[in-house]
Design a protein around this ligand. Structure first.
Ligand code: SF4
Ligand code: SF4
Length: 115
């Protein structure tokens, strides 16, 4: 399997994706498009679509579990950058497993990763 995230996207449609507002382009050094975020606290924002009962990030394109892409990939927040597929770099990520399970996808294994 190549990068399994291309055929998944479950984490982008399972959790609230929040981060410091200063990462948005509303701040001098920010880059995440602010119009794709909403305020959730005085200093924090969330990607639109993720602060709801059935999260689905507005920037996620495609069908979860089939083929997806992030339309702002180079501009995604630190929260997104730091979320790694399970067993990437040899580290298990149970949250990745949980997101995949939400969509009936089996957890990744060390053998299934060939980035
Ligand atoms: S910004 Fe991109 S990587 Fe981050 S949750 Fe949304 S679709 Fe996923
Ligand atoms: S849930 Fe895991 S495998 Fe799926 S896109 Fe997110 S990090 Fe990648």
């Amino acid at each position: 399997m190549a990068n399994p995230c291309i055929e998944c996207g479950a984490c982008c449609a399972s959790f609230r994706v929040s981060f410091y507002w200063g990462e948005t382009d509303a701040a001098p050094d920010g880059y995440v498009p602010a119009h794709l975020t909403q305020a959730i606290a005085p200093h924090h924002v969330a990607m639109l679509g993720t602060d709801q009962a059935r999260p689905h990030c507005i920037a996620l394109q495609g069908t979860v579990g089939e083929h997806v892409s992030c339309t702002i990939y180079p501009l995604r927040s630190s929260t997104c950058q730091e979320f790694t597929a399970s067993w990437e770099n040899g580290i298990h990520n149970p949250t990745c497993d949980r997101a995949r399970a939400n969509y009936g996808l089996a957890p990744l294994t060390p053998e299934s990763l060939h980035f």
